[in-house]
Design a protein around this ligand. Sequence first.
Ligand SMILES: Nc1ncnc2c1ncn2[C@@H]1O[C@H](COP(=O)(O)OP(=O)(O)O)[C@@H](O)[C@H]1O
Ligand SMILES: [Mg+2]
Length: 374
Amino acid sequence: MTKKLSIGILFGGRSSEHEASLASAASVLKHLKQDKFDLVPIGITQTGQWMTQTTPYELQQQMAVTTQIIDADMQESTQHTIVVDTPAPSSPLMQHPLSSVAPKVDVIFPLLHGTYGEDGKLQGLLEMIGIPYVGCGVLGGAISMDKEKTKQILRAAGLPVVDYKSYRRAELERNPEKVLDDIEKNFDYPCFVKPSNGGSSIGVSKVRSREELRQAAYLAANYDHKILIEKAIECREVECAILGNEDLQASVVGEVIIRDECDFYDYHAKYVEPSTKIIPALISDDLALEIQEQSIKAFRALDLTSLARFDFFLEKDTHNIYINEVNTLPSFTEDCMYPKLCEASGLAYPDLLERLIELAVESYEDRQRNSSSS
Ligand SMILES: Nc1ncnc2c1ncn2[C@@H]1O[C@H](COP(=O)(O)OP(=O)(O)O)[C@@H](O)[C@H]1O
Ligand SMILES: [Mg+2]
């Protein structure tokens, strides 16, 4: 009988997407096949303390303000998780992240969205330790997390992105009127203001006046050292999932239907009252094919492996498409878009989780082939 792989499930973390991460992890813990895998939950608090012997639900309880997105059913399922005998640290807080768990874990499955999870930093740590992990590597994660850098690379690869301009937080703070003047010179209202590094629509605003612009710029600057201004596109929002390392599979295309009362696809529309998803999207076969092809091209241009979700704007009047952004660790509950797109393309959620673990081992083995310079 082959040995069961032991999977470290990482969740929580210091990003503004902490709570979304708890929901993703709860779902993965529930659905990973326990006859094949031992599960080691590893939580990271909002202040960055690493803990074993915890669950996403327990971390949710520690949050000061919470919308409680893990419901009672999910709480129950995470409590059935097998916790392997990771040595109990003398205090529940682990001083050296992963050092005591690493010898017991074969693969890390990070379910950390946003900064310190999706942006290459964690991936660097895992490579230093030498442990296989699910998801893309350091470079792909870091670039894809930064919306400005992503757009620069996609544009250089001939892929369509919305007109944008970035400003440094320091410029804004030093001379706000000059920055606001420059934005008004380059963009009409309404326009979008967002942190270059961010996610879950946190810090994103649609603005219609100079006063709203000022507030939105300072809001975005709370989350990153760079803010992006983008032309607002009147659009439908469609998404495509890519899975694989060398042989890439593009999923069917899905659409998020944003309710009329929402100004855009904001945090509320994502997590609190989740928007309806239509899979496959009601678009022509040609357009779906173009979206799939562009997603694969973008996946390669950004040096990604394993998985990524590509979010597109489909302009209502012109039917032009633009790649809005790339998520290398997209929200991952079974009802979220990435798993749903895979399911609609023939890969059920538990099988997707298993496939991602196989891809993690494959990537690790591929990296081991590189001769190091010393
Ligand atoms: N340029 C834009 N035109 C139209 N809608 C936009 C634009 N930029 C952002 N949005 C809206 O804001 C949402 C969140 O923006 P996005 O850039 O995807 O940030 P996040 O990484 O936080 O999801 C989008 O899904 C869309 O609804
Ligand atoms: Mg988005």
